[in-house]
Design a protein around this ligand. Structure first.
Ligand code: HEM
Length: 508
């Protein structure tokens, strides 16, 4: 994994759980007992709902066809008795604000489970991205409580969870891993729960075990029937050994999340990068200089990383000009962001960058030299060898870009950019606006890209750059996922792009 990557947003959301640059997902499950919807319906728990969503989404997988799996088909399956209750749609409602061109609903579902389980005290499950959202529902193959063990075993086998060597039987094991948090609701399963509904417990939730908000080896008695599938062997092993429970659940749930249609290629495991740019923007200033602004994140898992104080950490950014040459005055110190950040996986701190770069000589890459303590020798981070790459050919200009505040449903968005005029003929210049639209039959969104040509508007503050703009009518973006846009130019046969810029919110 090297920056920049299409999966930078998911890596950010994986790495930062609260505070500055909050990924936003963990807020829905922190602490493990809560739900963003508990105000509407007390007794609900998002961590367990998200895990159930992921299982029910994945349960449409067929080992015979290689179709189904974790593909957000659940959005089209919520009216089925198998998926009874508000959990499916309200989870998707929460997740859709994280959907974008580079974060499918299926990837967000997988990530949500990994974050929720970790935050509930469970194992660290490796995260891979690259899932593709289905455009319709799958087969009705979620196990239901009234079915017998033979049917459950057969359904699990069809989902790719067969009896194995390491884990005696996947059926009791995976059910134990699923039913360690959350509970069953009388409102949805009146045949299984009685006399639980009260004025303070309107959905009549009965927790599976005494630690419904802890991902631990306390196991529900209500599943005794299922645990008999292997003569209770798996359960007695788990009851004796919390470490075995955590490691086997981690492995089984990882496999569940990575069960995807055979055409889908998942990425390598995504782990927090030690040094990573965040919201970095290169722009042309009114005096003809370039300005590099944004943040550098430093992440670590060591004891030193845990005890460091951001304000005492040296973080120095040094860049090469556009011909990859070092020149005088090409380095700057980044200053600690005062708001702390939290991570479930280690310690993350952010440093603000504000570098003025000679507009004549430009920039092509930078490196970061840093340490956890002032007196430590500096660690040289060069992004795997060739530095953190930047291009200074096509620059998005947020300062001028704006949204016409007038319209509520449809608004005019104007995007400004500057493009170098000394590199040959410009054969194409456009903005790719990556947004999301509702789709019939699902709470999940569908990603679309609209291409708008950039029009040449004149000279800029620098003789090297001309100005361009693109105006188009965009739909309102409230709870319509993450909108990003790319500014692209094809010059003398080469494509230059400023990718994944955040949605424009400044009013015109
Ligand atoms: C034979 C297989 C299974 C059956 C029959 C079954 C059945 C059920 C039932 C009836 C509920 C109550 C739902 C509600 O009232 O909202 C439930 C909840 C739940 N199930 Fe399963 N389940 C099975 C397997 C699994 C698996 C494999 C997982 C995940 C690995 C899982 C995760 C969950 C979770 C987390 C909840 C709690 C939801 C909440 O608190 O709202 N289940 N299950």
């Amino acid at each position: 994994y090297v920056w920049p990557s299409p999966y930078d947003f998911l890596e950010d959301a994986y790495t930062v759980s609260s505070g500055f640059a909050d990924g936003g997902i963990v807020a829905g499950v922190n602490p493990c007992s809560i739900s963003p919807f508990a105000g509407l319906s007390p007794g609900r728990q998002a961590a367990s709902e998200w895990l159930r969503v992921a299982y029910h989404d994945m349960a449409t997988y067929s080992i015979d066809t290689g179709l189904g799996g974790l593909d957000a088909s659940i959005g089209f399956e919520t009216d089925r008795a198998q998926n009874v209750g508000p959990a499916m749609n309200s989870s998707l409602q929460f997740f859709r604000s994280f959907q974008s061109e580079n974060s499918s609903m299926a990837d967000v579902i997988a990530l949500s489970v990994i974050l929720a389980i970790k935050n509930c005290g469970g194992p660290s499950i490796p995260f891979r991205a690259g899932r593709i959202d289905a455009e319709n529902g799958g087969p009705e193959t979620v196990p239901e409580p009234q079915q017998d063990i033979a049917t459950h075993t057969q359904l699990f086998a069809q989902q790719g969870f067969n009896v194995s060597e390491m884990i005696k039987s996947h059926l009791p094991a995976l059910v134990a891993c699923g039913h360690t948090i959350g509970g069953i609701h009388q409102a949805d399963f009146p045949g299984s729960v009685e006399n639980a509904t009260t004025s303070t417990n309107p959905s009549g939730v009965v927790h599976f075990d005494d630690t419904f908000d802890s991902f631990d080896n306390h196991i529900p008695n209500s599943d005794a029937r299922i645990f008999q599938a292997d003569g209770n062997q798996t359960m007695s092993a788990y009851a004796k050994d919390p470490t075995l429970f955590a490691s086997q659940c981690g492995a089984l749930l990882e496999r569940m999340l990575n069960t995807v249609p055979k055409a889908v290629q998942l990425t390598d495991v995504i782990e927090p990068l030690a040094v990573k740019p965040y919201q970095l923007a290169l722009t042309l200033a009114s005096n003809g200089s370039l300005v590099l602004s944004g943040y550098i994140r430093i992440f670590g898992t060591s004891a030193e990383a845990a005890s460091a104080t951001a304000a005492d950490m040296p973080v120095i950014l040094s860049w090469l000009d556009r011909n990859a040459q070092a020149s005088a005055a090409s380095s700057v110190s980044a200053s600690a962001v005062s708001e702390a950040s939290n991570s479930l996986w280690g310690n993350a701190r952010f440093f603000q960058v504000n570098a003025i770069i000679n507009g004549q000589t430009g920039i092509s890459s930078f490196v970061v030299d840093w340490a956890f303590k002032t007196q430590d020798s500096l660690t040289h981070s060069d992004n795997g060898g060739s530095g953190f790459p930047l291009q200074d050919v096509v620059l998005y200009q947020p300062a001028n870009s704006c949204v016409d505040a007038g319209g509520v449903l449809n608004r005019n968005t104007t995007t400004y950019a500057v493009i170098r005029n000394d590199m040959g003929p410009i054969t194409a210049a456009y903005v790719d606006y990556n947004s999301n639209v509702n789709q019939v039959g699902s709470t999940s969104l569908k990603q679309i890209t609209t291409r708008i040509p950039l029009v040449h508007t004149g000279n800029s503050s620098s003789p090297l750059y001309d100005t361009y703009s693109a105006t188009f009518t965009s739909p309102a973006t409230a709870n319509q996922g993450r909108v990003t846009f790319d500014v692209v130019a094809v010059i003398a046969g080469e494509t230059y792009a400023s990718l994944n810029n955040p949605a424009i919110s400044a009013a015109c």
